[in-house]
Design a protein. Structure first.
Length: 294
């Protein structure tokens, strides 16, 4: 079922009585169909629902498989639906619809794709239009949403930094103690000047306990980066890995470590799928930003 709940009525006629309801994910038996309606049975309830509120079994199971795949991926950002929006199995306006999400539905963002919008048959010479699509999870549902229906909600701690910045991802690298309080330190990513890459700029925000505030401990621009960004830990040291394309357009991962308040580029790994660390024989590049207020 597409909406969270769907009314089951006694007849598809204009005057009808609601006999009950079914919930998203409920299995129903279809007894017969008209152009716009389907007579269904589930348990002891029999009645009519609109065809637009039904999902076939194969599409539903594919959506569940996608949901299970997201468990393996790190969340890149959080936000909400900025309208009533269709959740689709694949990125694309004609892709199978999995659900309809209500306004302000809470979302977790896992990925992004930037695709050409199909050209209308009656406008073969029309200029190409491209759409951004986000791979999201909304409770027990997962799928793709058209980008302009996704509003991102950065953490309140980063709100002053987020103003005027196209902040597209953030994650906790580690937490530190400040007078008994656990304070997260963040990696953030922005997209500046392009739609093709998922992000082009990163910052690391560490906690300045003396002044009880965040500082920008590291920043790097000029990246051609793609989700997912991954944060890991080894021997008590937090690392993060960026999927990027180098100057020759080759896919690689750039790996960084956070050593106290110093962010160090550890090296690169060929390809986007490897979990290997860079060759220890490579000479790491040390970059330390001046401590400045966020």
């Amino acid at each position: 079922m597409l909406p969270p709940t769907v009314p089951v009525v006694d007849t598809p006629a204009e005057v009808r009585i609601v006999e009950g309801s079914v919930r998203s994910g409920d299995r129903v038996e279809i007894l017969r169909r008209t152009h716009n309606w389907a007579e269904i049975r589930t348990g002891e309830l029999t009645g009519w629902v609109e065809n637009k509120d039904l999902v076939d079994r194969q599409t539903y199971e594919s959506g569940q498989a996608l949901l299970h795949e997201l468990v393996k991926l790190p969340v890149q950002a959080e936000g909400h639906a900025s309208g009533i929006v269709n959740l689709r199995l694949e990125p694309g306006r004609d892709a199978a619809q999995l659900a309809q999400l209500p306004l302000n539905e809470k979302l977790q963002v896992y990925g992004r794709r930037f695709l050409d919008r199909p050209t209308p048959a009656d406008q073969p010479s029309a200029a190409k239009v491209r759409d951004a699509w986000y791979l999201v999870r909304a409770g027990d549902r997962a799928g793709w949403l058209l980008g302009h229906f996704v509003s991102l909600d950065p953490p309140a701690a980063l709100s002053s930094y987020a103003q005027g910045a196209n902040l597209v991802a953030w994650m906790v690298i580690k937490t530190v103690n400040d007078n008994g309080q656990s304070v997260p330190e963040y990696l953030t990513a922005e997209r500046i000047g392009t739609q093709e890459a998922d992000f082009t700029h990163i910052r690391v925000f560490t906690w300045w306990a003396k002044h009880h505030e965040y500082v920008t401990a590291y920043a790097e621009s000029g990246l051609t980066g793609f989700f997912p960004i991954r944060v890991t830990e080894a021997n008590g040291i937090p690392y993060f890995r960026l999927r990027i394309k180098d100057d020759q357009g080759e896919e690689c991962q750039k790996v960084y470590g956070l050593f106290d308040t110093i962010t160090r580029t550890v090296g690169t790994v060929p390809g986007w799928e490897s979990n290997a660390m860079p060759d220890a024989s490579e000479k790491p590049h040390l970059r330390r930003a001046k401590r400045r207020r966020a």
